[in-house]
Design a binder for this molecule. Structure first.
Ligand code: ADP
Ligand code: ADP
Length: 226
């Protein structure tokens, strides 16, 4: 089974705007996949549908074989999502933000704090664990979002523009972390509009343009053609 299998996916928003017009996409287990496209192309809509934040209009989506319509809870359990916008409570301590997320997945509290500690350590945020999230820099908040998305040890991590607004040094260390996570078996899909980010991390790539997948190839082949 594929990590992600999308067939003939359409999305028309309530205002009548069609954001996706028949996307077909398969991402294999263990892949590091980049979804590229200009602003407004439909990347966030696609990710929103995969992670059950946005309802699709039609088409089929399955995640590690779990159908999004008939096995939504199992499908959701496979996914960790890092959205673009910071959406944690800025007055909560960092480690609690992560551990509380574990609670949503039924992880016992003690274990959730252990996972939080380990993730904070790996992401270079250990000494910030007791801080309120509002005291973190932008790059630290971004890493907090990643730690929170990983607390239930999802098999598929999805990141929407993970390094937008992050300075180059932190960006490099985030790339290292993601590469290591992928090497240890987690399938990763990220959206980006930096070709450089896709190039340094990703094995396969899809390019989305006005709601259609216009390219689906390996990074190597794409670079050979440029
Ligand atoms: P759906 O069709 O999935 O039910 P809606 O059309 O109801 O979604 O829109 C969901 C939310 O997104 C609404 O609150 C709407 O105001 C907001 N929204 C509308 N247009 C846009 C846009 N172009 N980009 C982002 N959000 C938008
Ligand atoms: P990307 O992530 O590639 O920038 P999006 O998926 O956010 O693209 O948006 C695709 C298109 O759908 C854009 O034209 C956007 O304005 C529109 N859109 C996004 N959300 C909504 C919404 N809730 N209602 C209406 N239009 C939307």
């Amino acid at each position: 089974t594929a990590a992600l299998d999308i067939q003939n996916l359409h999305k028309t928003y309530h205002n009548g705007f069609t954001a996706l017009q028949g996307i077909n996409l398969r991402v294999e287990q263990g892949d590091f996949f980049a979804l590229l496209g200009a602003n407004g192309a439909g990347k966030s809509t696609t990710i929103g549908i995969i992670s059950s934040l946005v309802n699709k209009t039609s088409g089929q989506v399955s995640i590690f074989g779990y159908d999004l319509d008939t096995q939504r809870e199992q499908a959701k359990a496979q996914i960790g999502l890092v959205p673009q916008e910071f959406n944690f409570n800025i007055f909560e301590p960092v480690e609690e933000i992560i551990a509380n997320q574990g609670g949503f997945y039924g992880i016992p509290r003690k274990q959730a704090f252990e996972r939080a500690a380990s993730l904070l350590n790996q992401l270079g945020l250990w000494d910030k664990r007791r801080e309120q999230a509002r005291n973190l820099s932008g790059g630290m908040k971004r890493r907090l979002m990643i730690a929170r998305a990983l607390v239930h040890q999802p098999r598929l991590l999805i990141l929407d523009e993970p390094t937008a607004g992050v300075d180059i040094e932190i960006r490099r260390s985030m790339w290292d972390f993601l590469a290591q996570l992928n090497a240890n078996g987690t399938t990763i899909i990220l959206t980006t509009h930096y070709l450089e980010e896709a190039e340094s991390l990703c094995r396969n790539i899809g390019i989305i343009d006005r709601g259609e997948l216009i390219e689906n190839t390996s990074m190597k082949q794409l670079l050979n053609r440029l």
